[in-house]
Design a protein around this ligand. Structure first.
Ligand code: ZN
Length: 198
């Protein structure tokens, strides 16, 4: 199953360069070495559903651009990640850090910004928010509720039915074409099977 959770960013170059090596074909920032082997075996959450890792551990698990965004709140260049233009493929968008299902492709739209944009998270409690007054702007930051990874921001200029625009760094997401499971659509970050019985 984990093999299916490979981001499209990884798959497309790999297909084009078939035979040259799967993991060496990953797009990297100019001047930066390609990551040796992206860890797509997501870290196991604690009993409360959270994932807590030291930065040094995240650095080992994530590609450089993923680390800068998820753990350093950086923003990728617009139109730099292929995920922004995928609109006709059904699937689920997971946190690239911890694998939590965050967004459904059915609720993705082309905002024209060059970043993947969604009208809402896949389930309540999946995307946390906090005020962000950096860079001279007043914005609302969005974070993965499981690993607290920085995703992007949410704005109130989106289309119906929510009027919201979740503007997300594509490199913070893994596109999973196998779709969402029932647990992926359950509210919160603790899988239903793991919740304590009343
Ligand atoms: Zn996460």
């Amino acid at each position: 199953m984990m093999l299916r959770l490979i981001s499209l960013r990884t798959v497309l170059p790999a297909l084009l360069l078939a035979g040259l090596g799967f993991f060496t074909a990953i797009a990297a920032e100019p001047g930066e070495p390609a990551p040796a082997a992206p860890a797509r075996a997501y870290p196991a959450p604690d009993a409360d559903g959270k994932v807590r890792l030291a930065d040094a551990e995240w650095k080992k698990r994530l590609a450089p651009d993923q680390f800068r965004i998820l753990r350093g709140s950086a923003t990728e260049r617009p139109f730099s990640c292929e995920l922004w233009k995928i609109s006709d493929k059904p699937g689920v968008y997971r946190c690239a850090g911890c694998g939590l299902a965050l967004f459904d492709s059915a609720e993705k739209f082309d905002s024209g910004t060059g970043w993947p944009s969604f009208v809402r998270p896949i389930a309540p409690g999946r995307v946390a928010q906090k005020p962000d007054d950096s860079h001279g702007m007043i914005r609302v930051e969005t974070l993965c509720a499981r690993c607290d990874g920085h995703l992007g921001h949410v704005f109130d200029d989106g289309p119906p039915p929510t009027g919201l625009r979740y503007c997300i760094n594509g490199s913070a997401l893994d596109f999973d074409p196998s779709g969402a499971t029932a647990a992926d659509r359950a509210p919160g970050i603790v899988p239903p099977a793991a919740k304590a019985q009343p």
